[in-house]
Design a protein around this ligand. Sequence first.
Ligand SMILES: [Zn+2]
Length: 655
Amino acid sequence: MSGRTRQTLLPCFLLLAGCATAGGPPAGRDMSAADAGRKLEVLWTPIQQGPAIPASASWNRAVEAGTRTLTGTPGARAWRNTVSYQIEAEVDPETAILRGHEVITYRNASPGALTNIVLNLYQNIFSEGVPRNRFAPVTGGVQLRSITVNGAPVRYSTQGTLAFLLLPAPLASGNSAVLEIEWEHTIPPATAFRTAWEDALGARVFQVGQWYPQVAMFDDLHGWDATPYLGDGEFYSPFADFDVSITVPTGQLVGATGVLTNPDEVLTEEALTRLESVVNNNGITRIVTDADITAENTTQRPLSGSLTWRFTAEDVRDFAFATSAGYVWDATVTRVPDGVGGTRPVMVHSLYRTGARNWEHAAGFGRDALAFFSEALVPYPSGILTVAEGPISGMEYPAMVFINRPSEDDALYAVIAHETAHQWFPMMVGSDEASFAWLDEGFATYFENLSVGKRYGVRDPFALERASYLSVAGTEREVPLMRHTDLVSPYGDRYVAAYGKPSLLLQSLERVTGPELFHATLAEFLRNWTLRSPTPWDFFAAFETATGRDLGWLFGPWWFETGVLDLAITGVEGAESGRAVVTIGKLGENPAPATLRATTSSGTETAVEIGVERWFSGSREIEVVVEASSPIVRLELEVPLPDMTPQNGVWTADR
Ligand SMILES: [Zn+2]
């Protein structure tokens, strides 16, 4: 395959913070909960005295409080605060100014009262002087015109991308507060990240994310997540319902997270008819064509000169949209299991400018990726997915992905597949993308690779990830997966920490558990944590529970440290007799199970399994006996993890 350039995948990103990687008492041993004891032995007291998973004090407290469990599921006392947004926004394509008004209903389901509310003002990353770790065009940030709580003005302070509202009275558990905010900001031009407009291919396109004041996450681990948005790190957002009206000039198409609820108010008769036919068509239906643009017939044309597009979405962690007067619109459909023995349709839309290379395939790519992941994971939860072309090279939002124009067709598929995989991680299970980028980027890369491998018959779809990992492994540029993303660059390799290495480790985990158990456990994890926010410790616990095995040797060093694996055949005695005593050296820090494969002079093969516990004594050399019926002429170590120098794991009689 040619042209799968990794650059096209880099743009979905990562962030940092004190978070759960901080130390804490050794592994929950002082936990007194009656239900804790048995599983603790499995999780935290390595049966075989091998490496262990470092503890998270906040996770241990959550287990004690009953919001999480030692088996990797939400606890009986799990809660989540709920949010609903009613937003009216207007975009002036000439000036790129977005004006908005929102009513946020925030319900406190946590056990305690809240004295303040934290808002994310992500657009402030484009303000002058605001701390950030990437280049950003300065367009002024957010102007807050007014903020009220329950109808009364409220005291607040802003700090970078955060606003802290002091509530006039504590918000008791079970009660709701209504915030009303008016704001304005200028959408940044291309070269901005995750949100931008650009003039290209004869038209101006807006891909708009992080555009409204958003309530920050309040969770059972740390309370308010008041982590600044610096650029590299992505998001940790509460699930919410949205009712969003977007007003733009006539002739502009709008695609967004959520379902368009007023198509008959904005679309032409022709477009409406074509849209209704999609569900019965096998191929791609052209809803709005180039000819429609030429004929100025892309939307209805009221005298007011503008149209308001209204979208609703439920239980999503964000809302994004794209708009252009130069967009054509394709649509197609796929069907996913409905959970009661039948199937339901999922509409897949693409919006792009004519001339955007290969984009006539984009709707089909989105459909195929979505169908693949629905089969490999659990069915896609939403009924819609929109793939929008523009300046952002690859970014995921709920039911909406922003993609640029990679030069090759298969690269376009790969990046659409990657961003579509994010619809499961983190759109379905809402992990903290900033603190634990691997938990969404690692999975997105892993499933992207499976999908690309199958579609294009790529024998080793992880070759790029392996090469990038091995190029920094063992050097100062490698940082642990469990480090907050904003603490990685510029000295560490963020691609390896968030994408490359974790995708390889998920492949390794699949080899260790076996593919069936791996995929069943993952599906169960997705079901258990839908609309919840799992941490890595929930993930580790889910896999130890499902396998009934201590996986500390894998999750400990590989996730929390940067040691490498290098198993080598360092000595062979008696091979010519058919009974070889093979010395295996552990040249790196990390232990691993291995399979030692032997080939005899008569061409027969035999294999010896070497358990990982052989390394737990601390010895750096072990002996393994291989017996065969004729002289052994070749030996090869096979390990389920990335090995620094595979060539030293091979021995041949004639060397
Ligand atoms: Zn990604």
